[in-house]
Design a protein around this ligand. Sequence first.
Ligand code: ZN
Length: 79
Amino acid sequence: MNQNLIPGHKTITDRTRALAERSANCVVCQRARHKQAGFAFWVVRTFEGLCPFCRAYEQVYGRKSHEPVPPGPGTPQPG
Ligand SMILES: [Zn+2]
């Protein structure tokens, strides 16, 4: 077992990752992240603190479930 216990870092378990995947693939959460407005955005922003998937998402990805996904390297830029 390779355990990285970094001070100040929470250990992210497989279970947390699995929960975060649910939010990453969640239709409502995806819509909120993409549109940054509207009903889905409002719902996610309001309830992400209660949703176990959204909370796991925040731990794994380091941002709130409603926050936009930053373009990563290799990601095709729109426009
Ligand atoms: Zn959620």
